[in-house]
Design a protein around this ligand. Sequence first.
Ligand SMILES: [Zn+2]
Ligand SMILES: [Zn+2]
Length: 288
Amino acid sequence: MNIKMDLSEIILYLDLMKKEDKRPLLNELKMMLYFLEDYQQVKEFYNKLKEPKLNIQFKFLAYSLIHFIEEREECIKLKQHILSKSKRKYYSLFIHEILLCKSQEEAMNIIDEAKQYGIELGEIWASRYDSMWRIKNDQKAWKEGIEHDQAELFPEMYEEFCEMKAKYFENLPLEHLKQNLLKEQTNGLNNRKVGKVSVFPRSVHVKEFAKRVSKGICQLCDEKAPFVDKQGNPFLEVHHIKYLSEKGTDTIDNVVALCPNCHRKIHLLELDQDFKKIKKKALKNMEF
Ligand SMILES: [Zn+2]
Ligand SMILES: [Zn+2]
C-alpha cells in the first residue's frame, strides 16, 4: 500500500467532513485508526471523535478502538459509554480492562461485573491482568486483519480526502493559512508549557504553506516540479531544514518545497551550500 495519512491529515479529514455535515463511515474511521502510530496519537484521535457534531457511533467502532486504549481509566469510560447505549455482549471491553488492571483481585472484580451483563468470561482471565504484551499483540492482529480485509478500500477513501483537501486549500487564501499557522505556533508553545495535548496538528497545513509559496518551483534547483498530481497541483515534497528527528520544529520557517531529486540529494549529501540556500529560501518564504 503506498498511501499513508498522518495525524494532521486525519484531523483535517474529520474537520472537513464536519463542515460538509458528513458523518465518517466505519471503514473510514478504521482506516484512520490503522494509520495512527502511538497511544498519544490514539488519544488525540479519540478526543476528536468525541466532538458531538461528528456524531460518531462508538458502539460500532468500539470493537476496533478498544484494542488501542492503553489506560484503564479511558477503557472504563469507553466501556460505560458503550454499555449505556447497547445491549449487545461486548466481551472485548471487559477482557481489555482485565489486561490493563494491575492485580488478580481487580481482574476477579471485572469478571464478576461482566456476569451482570450476561457475559461469562471464565476464570482463566483472572491471571491475565497487567498484560501490555497481549494488548500489543491484539493491536498487531487487528492491523493484520484490516490489511487482509479492508486495505483495498484505502486508496479510494484517501483519494476522496485528497479532493476535499485540495478544494479546501484552494479556497483558503495564503495569507489566512499563514496567520492560522503563526497563531497556532504561539498557542502550541503555550499548550506545551502547561502540558496540554495539541489540538491542531500542524503538519498538513505547514506542508501546504511551503508548497504554495514555492509556486511549483523547486527551492533548491529552481526548476519546475517534474509533474502534477491527480488534483492538478505541481508535485513537490516538503523538507524540514532542521530535521524533526533532531528537534527541528514543524513550522513554516523550517520548511522548503523541493523536487524529488533535490530532496534525495539533500538527504544523501547534506552539502553545506545547499543547506545555506534553502535556509535563505525559508526566510524569504516567511516574508510572503
Ligand atoms: Zn530541485
Ligand atoms: Zn526531507
